[in-house]
Design a protein around this ligand. Structure first.
Ligand code: HEC
Length: 178
């Protein structure tokens, strides 16, 4: 009887300590010894694995290597650099194979429906679907431009989207949108 009681007591104690054992060792934010490594104030000599600001920019060619969470090698230092590349691309009649540039059709803010001042994703009649800005850029690259779509994480797609934003800001300024 005494033995059974001891075993039961050991089992209860085991159960009580179970939550501590349930800590996921793969989670870098899991608390140890009451020190939360996710709290930047608790940082000591070692870098805080939960602070994305502690990450370093990858060198060219390192993109996609295990443990590297950057989407591509560093491309732009600021928004204006992306806009400048995008402006050249929107004006380029060799971007596709139709001999048209984006601004052949969208010059003077035409056909961009900017008066509706909507964010993406939204329904675009020509596509007959709800699309993100990136998808819309690639749709126009494939169809009226008869070109190739931009890769999802490419600096070119970022530049195209950056120019769209700058172009739209210019429209809203000129038209004093409510
Ligand atoms: C032959 C003319 C033509 C060319 C060239 C063209 N587009 Fe378009 N684009 C259109 C038309 C037409 C629409 C759809 C308007 C609608 O359905 O309301 C459109 C729609 C768009 C929209 C979405 C407008 C909305 O409603 O939000 C974006 C963004 C866009 N185009 C970007 C581009 C880009 C970037 C290029 C160059 C890679 C390009 N277009 C080239 C004709 C063109």
């Amino acid at each position: 009887m005494k033995r059974i009681l001891m075993i039961t007591a050991a089992m209860v104690m085991g159960l009580m300590s179970a939550p501590a054992m349930a800590v996921n060792p793969c989670n870098p934010c899991a608390m140890k010894k009451n020190v939360n490594p996710c709290n930047p104030c608790s940082m000591k000599q070692s870098a805080n694995p939960c602070n994305p600001c502690g990450m370093k920019k990858p060198a060219a060619g390192q993109w996609g290597t295990p443990g590297n969470t950057a989407i591509r090698p560093h491309a732009f230092d600021n928004f204006q650099q992306a806009v400048d590349l995008g402006r050249r691309m929107w004006n380029d009649d060799k971007l596709g194979t139709s001999g048209l540039s984006c601004l052949s059709c969208h010059g003077d803010h035409a056909l961009l429906n900017l008066d509706r001042n909507r964010n993406f994703p939204h329904f675009v009649k020509m596509v007959g679907d709800v699309v993100t800005l990136d998808q819309m850029i690639n749709y126009c690259m494939l169809n009226p431009m008869k070109g190739k779509p931009f890769a999802r994480d490419s600096k070119e797609l970022t530049a195209m989207a950056a120019y769209y934003r700058a172009y739209r800001i210019q429209y809203l300024r000129e038209h004093r949108h409510p």
